[in-house]
Ligand binder design. Structure first.
Ligand code: SAM
Length: 210
């Protein structure tokens, strides 16, 4: 087992949110090298490319669980310049700040109320965050609230977690309530082709309807 695989398991073995935050704080400086370079993490590129098909570059976008800012970096390369980052980990946000692609950065937690106004964003993107031990399915309620009617919410999910982590029920409930409608669910892809070839992700795209 490589050191990086240990690092991912170490993150996933966090016993609670405080420990998760602390571990991301500690990982922050090496994250881009470990996950981005060594594991071949392509989630940010794939999800950002999908978002860019639906949202104009001048729109205000929240990167929810922005981490070190890999998603913001890809969006900035595509001309997006009205980007806001939020994340649980201050250490990760400090790395994101260095990328100079976000207008604002906020330490905040998905899963509870968010300190953003209703309809504040034209779109939300969340990559590698909605998953077990990280942000729960209930986080989606607040993401819908802070997105304008007609705006988009784009996020990655593991297909197994979609089924077992409460996401399927939550996503369908929001649709049944008329809060959003499904626009697209991508093909499954390997987000970590070099480091974890057995892991798959899907990108979900919803449009907020109220
Ligand atoms: C695997 S990283 C993904 C970071 C970035 N989106 C990317 O694609 O590289 C997961 C991020 O989610 C953050 N996170 C975990 N649980 C969270 C929560 N409940 N609220 C906000 N951020 C959370 C972590 O601090 C970490 O930065």
């Amino acid at each position: 087992m490589t050191q990086q695989q240990n690092k991912v398991q170490w993150i996933y073995s966090s016993q609670n949110e405080a420990e998760l935050e602390q571990r991301y704080d500690q990982w922050a400086k090496d994250y881009d090298q470990d996950l981005g370079q060594d594991f071949g993490w392509i989630g940010p590129q794939i999800a950002a490319n999908i978002l860019a098909r639906f949202v104009q570059p001048d729109r205000r976008i929240l990167d929810a669980g922005a981490g070190t800012g890999l998603v913001g970096e890809v969006l900035a390369q595509q001309g997006f310049h009205n980007l806001v980052a939020m994340d649980l980990s201050r250490g990760m946000l400090e790395e994101a700040r260095r990328k100079k692609v976000y207008q604002q950065l906020h330490q905040m937690k998905l899963g509870g109320p968010l300190d953003f106004s209703t309809g504040e964003f034209d779109a939300v993107i969340s990559v590698g965050v909605l998953t077990l031990g990280h942000a729960p399915a209930s986080s989606l309620d607040e993401l819908v609230r802070i997105t304008k009617p007609g705006g988009y919410i784009v996020f990655t999910l593991r297909p197994d977690i979609y089924e077992t982590g409460g996401f399927k029920e939550q996503q369908q409930a929001l649709e049944a309530q008329g809060a959003w409608k499904l626009v697209e669910a991508s093909e499954q892809f390997q987000p970590l082709p070099k480091g974890e070839p057995d892991v798959y992700h899907q990108v979900w795209v919803y449009q907020v309807t109220r």
